[in-house]
Design a binder for this molecule. Structure first.
Ligand SMILES: [Zn+2]
Length: 429
């Protein structure tokens, strides 16, 4: 079955909790979080997070300057593995797809709570990833998304170990491969498709700021479409089938029909032809013409409909072109699915959503709900509770060369990640 999705791990919609959801966690969970926050071990961990802050920022720079282009994130992974090992107290390994994992055993160990940040960036090989400081602001591609997420995980682990916090459940710290773009969530997919670990609850640290919570993933489907013909000389072989001309017709049908559907779809549903290529010279009839297409929706039904519009448009455009041709052979088309992310929602009632919300509130911050597409999509689609939380501080321009991050109360996000993680894993002391 051809199916969908892509994901810049980026926020699609932000809605005030007050408008769309309960503004607050249930009292039971607020009480639980308040009790845990008051514990001396947690207070010690918070103090440790503050004390570690210069190191956290120093190592954010170190990691950011290790390039992690799509499908080439292993070098950063090896460095991160060493950082985890240096903390001690955890079993650290790299799985066969390249995810870096650190397992901290709990006292009972019946459940496993995972917290993740992704290793890869969207930036191609050769991108200058040197961190430049102007005033208090750090500029570098990938410094926020998601190198800062990786540092949140590491500092949570360090503070937890230093203050000897114990939990009932096992905790897994994961630096994942291939979250971005054509990586197509391959790290998280591997974790859930293989039986090396069995995860019961998932926390992604992969959005800007502090106080945001995503419990819903937008679904997406991506395709690469390649139209193929014999190719030839634009003058000498004039009359031969032309893949570019056919692809233009196919795009035209898709763009018109998809635009009509997007305004009546049940939830926001988008489509985009993002890349087009092929051809050798202006006076050659190309032997191929290709494009990459992305469709997204907040609900699966709309995504499936958009997908069927896409496939029908490809077929119709090509058939129409071929039926009008003057020569043989006809053009053919190859449609490869290059990405699929299912949509889904973690129920507000789950302890994970409640504890995340209560943890945010415990810092006097009003939780902000957003919908995104990222690693959490995969566990959500499997019915496993998952949320995405912020990496803290201020940041902007993710996925651009001008990306920046500023340490404005950055430690709050680390503390609330720790609080959410520890409470979800069954805090003992
Ligand atoms: Zn990300």
């Amino acid at each position: 079955m051809k199916f969908i999705l892509f994901a810049a791990c980026f926020l699609v919609i932000r809605i005030s909790f007050a408008q769309a959801q309960k503004e607050s966690a249930e009292e039971k969970y607020r009480t639980e979080i308040s009790k845990i926050s008051g514990n001396s071990a947690i207070k010690a961990a918070f103090a440790e997070i503050d004390r570690l802050n210069p190191q956290t920022i120093g190592e954010l720079i170190t990691l950011t300057e290790i390039p992690a282009p799509p499908f080439m994130e292993s070098v950063r992974g090896i460095k991160y593995k060493q950082m985890l090992e240096d903390v001690g107290g955890v079993k650290v390994w790299i799985d066969s797809i390249g995810n870096v994992l650190a397992l901290r055993k709990g006292k009972v160990g019946n459940r496993l709570v995972a917290i993740d940040g992704h290793l890869d960036t969207v930036f191609p090989e050769g991108t200058d990833v040197t961190v430049k400081q102007r005033g208090d602001t750090l500029f570098a591609p990938g410094i926020g998304d998601n190198t800062r997420g990786l540092m949140v995980l590491l500092t949570v682990l360090r503070a937890k170990e230093k203050s000897q916090i114990q939990t009932n459940d096992d905790i897994l710290f994961v630096a994942t491969m291939g979250e971005e773009g054509n990586g197509d969530l391959r790290g998280v997919k591997y974790l859930f498709e293989n039986n090396e670990v069995k995860i019961d609850s998932w926390i992604s640290i992969d959005s800007d700021g502090t106080g945001g919570i995503s419990k819903q993933g937008t679904g997406s489907i991506r395709y690469k479409v390649t139209v193929l013909g014999p190719g030839g000389h634009s003058w000498g072989d004039f009359g031969l089938v032309n893949p570019h001309h056919a692809l233009g017709k196919m795009i035209n049908y898709f763009s018109d029909n998809a635009a009509q559907f997007s305004v009546v779809a049940k939830t926001k549903t988008s489509f985009n032809v993002g890349k087009i290529g092929g051809g050798t010279s202006v006076n050659s009839i190309p032997f191929e013409s290709w494009m990459e297409v992305n469709m997204r929706s907040e609900d699966d039904e709309s995504l499936k409909k958009m997908d069927s519009i896409f496939n029908a448009s490809m077929q119709k455009g090509l058939e129409e072109y071929n039926s009008n041709r003057k020569t043989s052979p006809a053009l053919t088309v190859k449609i490869d699915q290059i990405g699929f992310r299912p949509s889904g929602v973690t129920s507000t009632e789950t302890s994970l959503v409640q504890r995340s919300t209560a943890s945010i509130q415990s810092f006097g911050i009003k939780p902000t709900l957003f919908i995104m597409s990222g690693n959490a999509n995969w566990p959500i689609s499997k019915g496993i509770p998952a949320v995405t939380l912020g990496w803290g501080g201020k940041s902007d321009k993710a996925h651009s060369l001008d990306e920046w991050w500023l340490d404005d109360k950055g430690t709050d996000a680390i503390k609330l990640a720790l609080l959410t993680l520890i409470s979800e894993a069954g805090f003992i002391k």
